[in-house]
Structures are given as C-alpha cells and as structure tokens.
Design a protein around this ligand. Sequence first.
Ligand code: MTE
Length: 297
Amino acid sequence: MLIKVPKSWQIPERDATPETDFLTRRKLLALAALPMALPAATRNPEFTLDRPLTEEWAVTSYNNYYEFSSNKQKVKDLVGNFKLRPWTVEISGLCDKPQKLSIEEIEKTMPIEERLYRHRCVEAWSMAVPWTGFVLSNLLKRAEPKSSAKFVRFTSVNRPGEMPGIGQAPSFPWPYVEGLRMDEAMHPLTFAVTGLYGKPLPIQNGAPLRLAIPWKYGFKGGKAIFKIEFIANQPATTWNTAGPKEYGFYANVNPKAPHPRWSQAVEQIIPTMGRRPTLLYNGYEKWVASMYNGQEI
Ligand code: MTE
C-alpha cells in the first residue's frame, strides 16, 4: 500500500491565504499594529443606568458621521480608507503650556475608565453606551489654561480623500467644529472617549478620540478630534452655524424645548424602536443644573 506522507512544507489548498487577504496584506498588517485590546478599564460604579445597555452591533452600525455619509447605516461601510495613525492632538490657544501629544501618549498617561452613559441625539433617538476613556479636564489641565480662556473649541479632521461624505456635501461648513464653555469642558462628566465595549473605538464612532457630553445632544461631541483650543469668545460651531434656530450652542437635553420640526418630549430607543420620555439634562440634572442657573439651557 502506498501512503502519501506530505512534506512539512506542503500545505493543503484549504489552508492557503485567500487571494483577497493576500492582495490587501499591507492593510491587514497595519491594522494588526494597532492595539487590538485595551488594558481592562475599570467600570466607574457612579454611573449606573436606568435602562439596558444598547447592543454593540447597534451602537457600531447606526452612526451620525457626515464626513462619511448622511446615511447612518452606511457609515460603517465607508470608513475603510480612514488613517488612524499617526494621530496627534494639538492643545493650544490661551494657555501657558500649549502642546502636541500623540494619541499613544494620551492613552498611556490618562487615567482610563469605563462609564455607562445615556446617549441622546437631537433627532430624538437614544442609546445607552459603555464608553472607555478619561475625564477631559485631566488632559486640558496639562496645558495650563489662562484665566482669559472662557471657551474651548474642538476641531475634527477634514480629509476628503479618506472621508467620502465631505465631497458629497461641499457646501457644508467643514471641518466639523464644536465648542463648550470652559466650566462645561472642565466638568467631571465631560468624557474623552477612546474605546467602546472594552475595545478600541471603531472609526464610525469617532476613533481615535471623540467626546461624550452626556447631558447634551450628541452633536456636541465631535468625532476624530485633532485640535483643542482655549479661546476668549463663544466659537462658531458647525450645527449652530448651519441651523441656528434648530441647534443652539448649549444644546442641553430638554424635553420641554422642542426642535422646530419635532418634539423632544419622547425619544426612540435604538434599535428596538420602543419609546421613553426624555429626561431633563438627559438624567444628569443633579450633576450639571447648577452650571445654568437662570440661564438659557
Ligand atoms: N462628529 C463629527 N465629526 N461629524 C459628525 O457628523 N455627528 C454628531 C456627533 N459627532 C458628528 C460628530 C452627532 S449628530 C451625533 S448624534 C453623534 O456624533 C453620534 O455618535 P455615534 O455615531 O457614536 O452614536
């Protein structure tokens, strides 16, 4: 009987690398060089939720990210050319120690934790999300802002070659810019996000760095932030410029302040499409209401 013993270098056809993986091997290797798992971040027990966490697939496949598409379900399929590295965050303006930090340095030196936050879009839908990241004030303090700094401006990257939605909406006021008053930016709830569900932040959710300001509508939290500036006056921001009557600068979640075209009293739960009443300041009233005493919210 003839038994064929394969040589050690002979591999069966089924073990061969698929041609598509071979052709895109450089991209795969570049991805492999990224941190695939974050050091386990401890969940901060202070932020318990009154609702179940949204399932991961829904948070990562239903996205507002106009630089890629105005179709929420399509964003995740259009992020393939976006370059996450190298990534530098510049902190400048009215401060004594302006600096440029690599995202690696930020992740290494900031105290990373996990927080479960309610996430409410101005379009009246909501989720509950486990963000990983750090309290933004920890980063801002490193730059030693001057007392003349009254606002902070956050700028997202503007890369038409990697972000196909930019070219499709050429009249939109790119880059995406958002801003906070100094006390809001330094507030302990204002969270700089680098991860989601204990993993690195997906591009469609704003990698490598986005903000989560849980008592405000989601548009206040810019994605893919690369520039943070301390400034003296309230900055012009993207949505406030595009539709000043529809999107205020403060944009605090308020069930009693309707959008001109829809009510904010009730929100749609993603992905179940159930409905629930909207909470004032998205349920974070005890933490933030004192910042707005007697003021427009
Ligand atoms: N940041 C940038 N750069 N571009 C955007 O289009 N959309 C905002 C905000 N940040 C947006 C952005 C809006 S309207 C919302 S509701 C949230 O991101 C959505 O975040 P998510 O996709 O992680 O749920």
